[in-house]
Write a protein that binds this ligand. Sequence first.
Ligand code: SAM
Ligand code: GLN
Length: 284
Amino acid sequence: MTEKIYEALGRASSLLEQRGLEPHTAQMLMEFVTERSRASLFADLREPLSQEQHRAFWEKATELLEGRPIQYVIGEENFYGYTFKVDENVLIPRPETEELVYGALERGRKLFKGTSVKVADIGTGSGAIAVSFKKEWSTCDVTATDISEGALAIAKHNATMNAADIRFLQGDLTAPIAHEKWDIVLSNPPYIANEEAAQMSGTVLDHEPHSALFAEEDGLYFYRKLAESLPPLMNKSFLIAVEIGYLQGPAVHKLFQEAFPNALVETVQDINGKDRIIFCETSE
Ligand code: SAM
Ligand code: GLN
């Protein structure tokens, strides 16, 4: 005998709750397994699950109960209205990063008017920033890089899936793009200080790639490297946007202002009011 939708949902939610995990992920999983929207799921709560659905639901619920993030369990995440395939090779794209894309599009369009511009996304992971930027501003010439071969494979898949024409290069930070000049550089580099690991949830710490999360020098290593290597690579008019940890605003602002003394450097907060993005652009 299989359970009804509400019975399986109720049981999985309480098991998750007992383990200190997010109970609402049971509902997301049920939507995925039964291929229902949230609305039709609620309309059909008293429907029985088919044997196949029941088996699939509990198989994947077991992964949730082991602390695997829901996005890896169902294999996808939504970012900026687009669907991205994700697995353990890539960071699950975060909503804060959508604010970087939004802000960079707004500033970039103002700065470069209608002209087509050259854009690089450094440390592209799933390709979230590069793909959504290209979809929203299709005349841009977009290049995305990562040091991880596994991440690049997923990013390429996501570009194809979303019909975004992007060039991918593998390598360390600016090394693969150093022989060209750029109008816009975007990056969400790893920025968590190693010491912060103790406060992080097991769902992130035990499953997401550490090479996408952690950075040396109190999490500032990648900003130092970028501030050092970007000045000769930028065109006369340029925009740089980097995501930062909420305590890194003053330090990263200083790094970019020193590297680009004539630029306008701004620290911008996310919707939770935390410092989240540094924009650095030509001021004239
Ligand atoms: N851009 C994606 C996003 O916003 O969801 C992923 C960001 S994740 C925080 C950082 C990415 O930088 C990871 O994909 C990681 O593999 C990559 N990375 C780490 N060290 C790097 C390096 N030295 N050069 C280039 N990419 C690097
Ligand atoms: N925002 C991510 C987290 O909190 C970290 C991403 C990063 O290091 N760039 O897990």
